[in-house]
Design a protein around this ligand. Structure first.
Ligand code: NAD
Length: 295
């Protein structure tokens, strides 16, 4: 069993840290929110006065923070940055969804101090974090991947080695860009059927068994009351927020610009999601884009 420091106990980080505790690891947790820390400590984790204290003696450091500026700040800030306090030979696992450039910058700075790093963003949402069934997309050397795989298996089901540093973030950006395009396409197809007198359940069954079949149609249907236990049948509460999808699509577009890639569908999807968020839907599940096409 390992000594693990866990930084960032939000919607995703809390259940992930709890799964590490349940697997028998010694987990020292830190967050700026005292209540978030208390919740995970109640499940068997320990805490210290600062993230710096937590990372001392930790073999693995997991972070689950909102954006690139937080990750860079936590690790690289002069003097208080964890880079100055993590032991040589330890491994940093950053599971935040951030830009690949920041991941590579942090990886390179840590490597200069003899500290290993992987970017390991996740797919599967809060439900997957609680159930321990997340998918991890890992960027790092094969040695680093082999070091972190057993730890990631206690929080996830599918652990993929995407490539070198930053590759996990690129894989995540590609996946979420595709997901958004599929969700928008599914929404407009269902609305077209409804506007022409079809029953949404009947049309969903037809398309699911035909060439239009896809995940957003088959297991996350955006039309209310076609399926039980999905956000669309619960007033678009829970699930994956529009604001987070808009953020991820911004990362995908930055990636496209950096590599001079053409992503017209992704660009349109980003614009539609940003517009949808600006109309007051930022806190709803991303399947609520269905309502944009409501006649
Ligand atoms: P969140 O906002 O719920 O949690 C972030 C946590 O980080 C907060 O508790 C905050 O207090 C803490 N934090 C911020 N700065 C800190 C610092 N300097 N030191 C210590 N703690 C600090 O976010 P979340 O939903 O848990 O998402 C975390 C990451 O995972 C994001 O990058 C997000 O895009 C990604 N993600 C989220 C989901 C989802 O469904 N929520 C799914 C996949 C990926």
């Amino acid at each position: 069993m390992a000594n693990i420091a866990f930084i960032g106990l939000g919607n995703m980080g809390s259940p992930m840290a709890i799964n590490l505790v349940k697997a028998g690891h010694q987990v020292c947790v830190f967050d700026l929110s005292e209540s978030a820390v208390a919740q995970v400590v109640a499940q068997g984790a320990t805490t210290k006065a600062s993230a710096i204290e937590c990372v001392k003696n930790a073999q693995f450091i997991v972070s689950m923070l909102p954006a690139g500026k937080h990750v860079e700040g936590v690790y690289l800030t002069a003097e208080t940055g964890l880079i100055n306090h993590i032991e040589k030979g330890s491994v940093v696992i950053d599971s935040s969804t951030i830009d690949a450039a920041t991941s590579r910058k942090v990886a390179s700075a840590l490597a200069g101090q003899g500290i290993n790093f992987v970017d390991a963003p996740v797919s599967g949402g809060v439900g997957g974090a609680v159930a321990g069934t997340l998918s991890f997309m890992v960027g790092g050397s094969i040695d680093e991947f082999n070091q972190v795989e057993p730890i990631l298996k206690t929080m996830g089901k599918n652990i993929f080695h995407a490539g070198d540093h930053g590759a996990g973030q690129i894989a995540k950006a590609c996946n979420n860009m595709l997901l958004s395009v599929l969700m928008i396409g599914t929404s407009e197809a269902l609305q077209l059927g409804l506007a022409n007198g079809l029953d949404a359940k009947v049309l969903s069954n037809i398309m699911s068994e035909s060439s239009g079949s896809n995940w957003t149609l088959d297991v996350y249907n955006p039309c209310p009351d076609v399926m039980e236990n999905v956000p669309s049948s619960n007033d678009y509460k829970g699930g994956f927020m529009v604001d987070l999808m808009a953020k991820d699509l911004g990362l995908a577009m930055d990636t496209a610009v950096d590599s001079q890639s053409s992503t017209p569908m992704g660009a349109l999807a980003r614009n539609l999601y940003v517009m949808h968020a600006a109309s007051g839907n930022g806190g709803k599940d991303f399947s609520s884009i269905f309502n944009l096409f409501n006649k």
